[in-house]
Design a protein around this ligand. Structure first.
Ligand code: FAD
Length: 467
């Protein structure tokens, strides 16, 4: 029997496994995917948000605790646990030397990456390299790893973990860390959570999943049935508008289209529906998935002209291109009359001052609903481009309630040998909203805590057995 069983194979699970092993516990990690798909959503990431009081290696200036906290408070609308949020924030300032020790390398942010050079440390080689480094280090330290091992249930006694089952095999351990992601890959569950809208559509049927197909939420459902305390709203998720041509799973970062604030967004009927220039794109990119989800057919069309080219991260697929606006409407399959009315009204309403995409500039519309409050310039310079966008689910926030020791709760009482980390508990910190890079900050902080606590619980039990 192992001391610690870790369920999951992404960032949170790997941080837990490494910490438990470093604390002297024997560790078995069960990952549901085959080896070549290991790493869950973490393989798609690029950075983590880090607090720092002065410039630190790849991070410029300072990003103090209070500013990080205020950012989190703002995006969650206060729907966060301050104690746990501050714990994540503080941990984010000290975790990088440990990450480096396990082979993770950092690099400064590149131009066009949401202006994150002050707040976010980028992984060299992205999340895939991070995950590979952690697996390599775990293997070197003697962590046992099983792939193709989807856990479907746990054996619990009075809130204590006894064993987990995968493929019918029983895995007993003295303590366990649950780090098996959210339920974002489970289309049936998303359909049920989002329900049917007033047009009779099932919006979630048109969602794409930006990351892994393996986060089916099996253990969130199982733990709910076992009476674990649950936190979060099943419709709350990180949801971005992504290229409609993206694959159903694992499209990753390259399917994001960051041109929205440089142009206009239309729905299927050729009508605008939200202020594209409300705020800086890093603060707004994660609202557009939900906004598109509310539109008929759950589709939106980002329209730009040649002035926007070179000002946003180029998506992997080129946009649909045309030399005139009516031709673009036709090429996108949009109703030409409505499309032209919207574009003409918008162009006529633009009051162009000094365009500057790096500040909230004075280019805005007048007398238009909805207004475009910044970066409003007429769309009038051929060639024109259009991108069809769909809601892309990044990860869901429904999960297990926890505390500063990452313990799982049953009826308000903490388990003494069952812990949780990553997306499975992110809802404690993220009731709603998102600020770029905080997913990895949460997973790293809680993965490390969960691993340490699980090792402590397991080794205490072993010491009792000897005494
Ligand atoms: C395209 C994309 C880009 C992103 N970019 C960033 C970024 O730059 N910065 C950031 O902070 N966040 C980013 N995120 C969010 C980030 O990926 C998550 O917050 C973070 O990776 C969660 O880590 P985790 O370990 O909890 O989950 P995951 O990394 O998803 O790991 C969950 C693991 O559990 C396994 N699993 C699931 N069910 C079972 C089961 N029943 N039994 C066994 N194993 C199971 C899965 O196979 C997977 O390996 C991004 C997400 C996506 C999709």
């Amino acid at each position: 029997m192992h001391d610690v069983l870790v369920i999951g194979g992404g960032n949170a699970a790997l941080c837990a496994a490494l910490m438990a092993r470093e604390a002297g516990a024997s560790v078995l990690l069960l990952e549901s995917s085959p080896r070549e798909w290991r790493g869950g959503n973490s393989q798609h990431t690029r950075n983590l948000r880090c607090m720092h009081d002065e410039p630190q290696d790849v991070l410029v200036d300072a990003y103090p605790e209070e500013e990080f906290w205020q950012d989190l408070l703002k995006v969650t609308g206060g729907n966060t646990d301050e104690q746990l949020a501050r714990l994540v924030i503080r941990a984010s300032s000290t975790c990088r030397p440990w990450m480096r020790k396990h082979g993770v390398r950092f690099q400064p942010s590149l131009a066009g990456t949401l202006h994150l050079s002050r707040t976010n440390a980028f992984f060299m080689g992205g999340g895939k390299a991070l995950v590979n480094a952690y697996y390599r280090s775990a293997g070197n330290l003697g962590v046992d790893i099983r792939y193709d091992a989807p856990v479907d249930r746990l054996e619990l006694r009075d809130g204590r973990f006894e064993a987990a089952y995968a493929n019918g095999e029983r895995f007993a351990a003295k303590a366990c860390v649950l780090a098996a992601g959210g339920f974002e890959s489970n289309r049936e569950w998303l359909r049920e959570a989002w329900g049917q809208n007033e047009r009779g559509e099932w919006p979630a049927d048109n969602f794409l999943i930006r990351g892994t197909r393996f986060n089916q939420g099996v253990l969130i459902k199982h733990m709910t049935e076992q009476g674990a305390d649950i936190i979060g709203d099943p419709t709350q998720a990180h949801c971005v508008a992504i290229d409609a041509r993206a694959p159903l799973y694992d499209g990753g970062i390259v399917t994001r289209v960051d041109a929205v604030s440089l142009g206009v967004m239309l729905n299927r009927d050729g009508v605008r529906f939200y202020d594209e220039g409300e705020d800086f794109w890093p603060k707004r990119y994660a609202i557009w998935g939900r906004l598109v989800a509310m539109q008929p057919d759950q589709i939106g069309y980002c329209i730009i002209d040649s002035k926007a080219i070179g000002r946003f991260m180029p998506p992997v697929f080129p946009g649909v291109q045309a030399n005139t606006l009516p031709e673009l409407a036709q090429a996108l399959g949009l109703p030409e009359q409505a499309f032209m009315r919207t574009l003409n009204d918008y162009n006529a309403a633009c009051r162009v001052g000094s365009f500057d995409h790096t500040v909230l500039d004075d280019c805005h519309t007048e007398g238009l609903t909805p207004a475009k409050t910044h970066w409003a310039r007429p769309i009038d310079q051929a060639p024109f481009y259009g991108y069809a966008l769909r809601p892309g689910i990044t990860f869901t926030y429904l999960g297990l309630k926890t505390d500063a020791q990452a313990r799982v709760y049953f009826g308000g009482a903490p388990s003494d040998n069952l812990f949780v980390a990553g997306e499975m508990m992110a809802g404690n910190v993220l009731g709603k909203g998102y600020t770029a890079g905080v997913g990895m900050s949460i997973g790293t902080a809680f993965g490390r805590i969960a691993g340490t606590e699980a090792a402590r619980a397991a080794l205490k039990e072993a010491a009792h057995a000897v005494a």
